[in-house]
Design a protein around this ligand. Structure first.
Ligand SMILES: [Zn+2]
Length: 81
């Protein structure tokens, strides 16, 4: 999977995180479940970034703020996509 695809997925997942506090507010009875799900999604985002948000050539991590349209690795200068 390309780093950029993973980064886009983590953006979507981050947006989804907003659902859980709302769910907790409206359905307090199951708050522990929503809270667990929230932590799970957060852990998935972090794991995905640690695993994929790096250069396929030099294996250096990209800066978290790097643009999704970046064409070259900032570390080794290899073409990315
Ligand atoms: Zn590189």
């Amino acid at each position: 999977m390309s780093p950029f695809k993973v980064r886009k997925l983590t953006y979507i997942a981050t947006d989804l995180e907003i659902i859980f506090p709302i769910a907790i507010a409206f359905d307090a009875k199951h708050s522990m479940f929503y809270f667990a799900m929230m932590l799970l999604v957060l852990a998935a985002i972090i794991i995905a970034l640690l695993k994929y948000w790096k250069c396929p050539h030099c294996k250096n991590y990209f800066p978290i703020s790097m643009s999704l349209s970046a064409k070259y690795c900032p570390e080794c200068g290899e073409k990315l996509q």
